[in-house]
Design a protein around this ligand. Sequence first.
Ligand code: AMP
Length: 190
Amino acid sequence: MRALYLVILGRQGSGKGTQSLRIADTYGCIHVSTGDMLRAAVAEGTELGRQAADVMEAGHLVSDEIMNGIVAERLAKDDISESGVLLDGFPRTADQADTLERILAELDHELTAAINLEVPVEVVTERMLARRRDDDTPEAIRRRLSLYEEQTAPLLEWFARHDLLETVDGQGSEEEVFERLAAVIDSRRG
Ligand code: AMP
């Protein structure tokens, strides 16, 4: 069976992190979070980390050029061609999606699906407020969510146009949501 090449999208507070771990665990694919990669680079103080730190702090996107390079390098590693990947946080722009398609074609792979874990704005807002983290003021939450909306709308269109988009209802218990995700992945992998 061909390795899975999945993309997962979801608002902050959608349960994307938890479900990503379960998908990687169940299907044996490698969870690649570009946010985690960048945060590790910042913590290590690498050249990349120095370039990315201010941009991330301001809530802006790191340039497509940098991101495309990081992801191309990671996807070319043997562990991914053997096990497949669950991309989390990439692509973020249509340019990144075009590049992803090209990188995978060069490696003789293609995307299996892009899963949008859908939890309405009001519900994720409630969840984030309930967590009571210092940076989770109603104003900050609204700003982050509207930025996400702005950035993600063109991507959803891109995936839909390429017949890759699957929308999964992210409300319900962790188990219920995982079962929905697994059903979609199983049907896509054929
Ligand atoms: P995340 O944990 O996915 O929310 O990523 C944290 C931050 O890292 C984002 O707010 C961006 O500044 C940066 N970042 C992560 N992935 C990307 C990407 N694919 N393109 C541009 N910036 C990214």
